[in-house]
Design a protein around this ligand. Structure first.
Ligand SMILES: NC(=O)c1ccc[n+]([C@@H]2O[C@H](COP(=O)([O-])OP(=O)(O)OC[C@H]3O[C@@H](n4cnc5c(N)ncnc54)[C@H](OP(=O)(O)O)[C@@H]3O)[C@@H](O)[C@H]2O)c1
Length: 461
């Protein structure tokens, strides 16, 4: 178990695997902070068999046992509800949201600012100097309106939510506990602490907890064509990637709390977020790294088959997430119900960057040749071509035609589109490519368009 796993807190990341972002929620900057979840080999306990999984033989049973133990740890002795409970005033929703400095968190804030039924928002973030400035920076980067932060309904709070009482003063903890109607948990840590807060509310109806999970909890191939919007009882489905495992532990903790205490819980498994309205796509993510690789290896990867992707833009995803907060559905997939072929995006990318699409394996070989080029240091290689930081992952990704490109099990979003019907109208198409390129060029992540034009001229000479 990770040494950072203490008391009520849940902080757990995994070996050789980056740990943030969307699917593939790979961060090219996140370091591997795994400290040996599985130190010894086997405890001898056999996991329940899961007939839906197709490659059970290779599943790490020790890891499965440990994940179950973690859930047991986080679900011991839920607090009783207070004896005296008050009815809630019907004067608007009070939302507690965690982790709002990041890409999706900012979008969630923006949507909460627009929702007239939301009266107050407590945004709990890691304490740091300039917390408001960090929000403003992120909001600007995503092309969102800075006004959303200056709304009087926001309280931006710096704290360590893994501490008892979420690291808050007794007065503030009490104020939040007795006023909050909805909790939106947008980070991995401290899920149990939020359950304890909800259960100790003195309101007749405790706040609901929505957990921003990820469709990548489905790591193992499923025999069903689509990953279903249901609770996952068997951790064999998620093992092998610390990020997915941590999401599963948090999901299971919440679902157990719901079952045992009646707390209303919504697990929203988010699919790959494909950029903000202004085209900003988190530069730490795999897709951004793939695109940037074109400048080093002079090609972009194609994928086998159609390679349907269920990407969803961040603005619409955050809007839908907010609308899901009163749903009685426990598990929803916030993914595009109408996936589009990989080439919808990669044909125009190849055209714009003037590089060919090559078979995926050829692209990986080009990365391997690139990293072995002795003319520069490893650090310079990684700076210039961030895809190299994920080389190991790209080398092992399962490019099965039945999966989405880069190994994602295609998620069903049927329930989600019943709860938020307009999800069926969210279009993703090649027009997004120009916006992505524009945003990456604007931040300097990619060279300017004029650089590209002169590159094209030189290559034609
Ligand atoms: N991006 C996607 O495509 C995608 C897809 C599926 C699910 N999701 C989920 O959506 C959520 C937000 O993702 P994102 O893409 O917006 O990521 P992001 O831009 O990297 O933002 C992550 C947020 O989490 C906070 N955070 C990270 N580690 C923390 C810790 N130890 N304690 C407290 N706060 C911490 C960060 O705070 P600091 O600023 O202090 O670091 C930041 O506010 C995550 O739960 C992610 O799993 C995202």
């Amino acid at each position: 178990m990770s040494p950072s796993n203490s008391g009520n807190t849940q902080t757990y990341t995994s070996p050789n695997q980056p740990s943030s972002g969307g699917h593939p929620e790979l961060s090219v900057t996140a370091a591997s902070t795994y400290h040996g979840l599985v130190q010894s080999s086997h405890s001898g306990v056999t996991p329940d068999s899961n007939p839906l999984l197709s490659d059970e033989s290779s599943i790490d049973q020790a890891k499965i046992n440990l994940l179950r133990l973690l859930v047991t740890k986080y679900t011991i002795a839920f607090p009783h509800r207070p004896i005296v409970l008050h009815p809630r005033k019907d004067d608007g929703d009070v939302v507690l949201v965690t982790g709002t400095t990041g890409m999706f968190g900012c979008h969630i804030l923006a949507q909460l600012s627009l929702d007239p039924s939301v009266r107050l928002v407590y945004a709990l973030n890691r304490a740091s100097n300039g917390l408001v400035e960090r929000h403003l920076e992120s909001i600007k980067l995503q092309g969102l309106l800075a006004e959303c932060l200056t709304s009087p309904k926001f309280r931006i709070i710096g704290t360590d939510i893994s501490q008892p009482n979420l690291g808050l003063s007794p007065e503030l903890y009490e104020e939040i506990r007795d006023s909050v109607t909805h909790i939106i948990h947008n980070v991995l840590q401290a899920t149990r602490n939020l359950v304890d807060l909800a259960l100790s509310s003195r309101c007749l109806e405790p706040p609901s907890i929505m957990f921003v999970s990820s469709v990548s909890v489905f790591r193992r191939p499923y025999k069903l064509p689509l990953a279903p919007e249901v609770a996952i009882n068997d951790p064999a489905t998620c093992v092998g990637w610390g990020y997915s495992e941590s999401k599963w532990v948090a999901e299971s903790t919440l679902l157990a709390a719901a079952e045992e205490t009646g707390l209303r819980v919504n697990i929203v498994r988010v699919g790959q977020l494909c950029g903000a309205k202004n085209g900003h796509w988190n530069e730490k993510e795999a897709l951004s790294a793939i695109v940037k690789s074109a400048y080093s290896v002079h090609c972009l990867p194609d994928v086998p088959g159609l390679g349907l992707v269920s990407w969803i833009p961040a603005y619409e995803a955050a809007k839908a997430l907010i609308e899901m907060r009163d749903s009685t559905e426990q598990v929803l997939h916030l993914a595009n119900p109408h996936p589009q072929p990989w080439r919808t995006f990669f044909d125009p990318l190849s055209h714009e960057l003037d590089v060919p699409l090559v078979p995926y394996d050829t692209w990986v070989s080009a990365l391997e040749a690139d990293i072995n080029d002795p003319s520069m240091t490893l650090l310079d290689h990684l700076k210039r071509n961030p895809a190299l930081r994920l080389l190991n992952w790209f080398q092992h990704v399962d490019m099965d035609e039945e999966k989405e490109p880069l190994g994602l099990i295609p998620p069903s979003a049927i329930k989600a589109s019943r709860v938020v019907p307009w999800l069926n109208d969210v279009e993703i198409g090649e027009n997004m490519v120009t916006r992505w390129l524009g945003a990456w060029r604007e931040t300097g992540f990619l060279p300017s368009a004029s650089h590209d034009r002169s590159r094209k001229v030189v290559s034609k000479l």
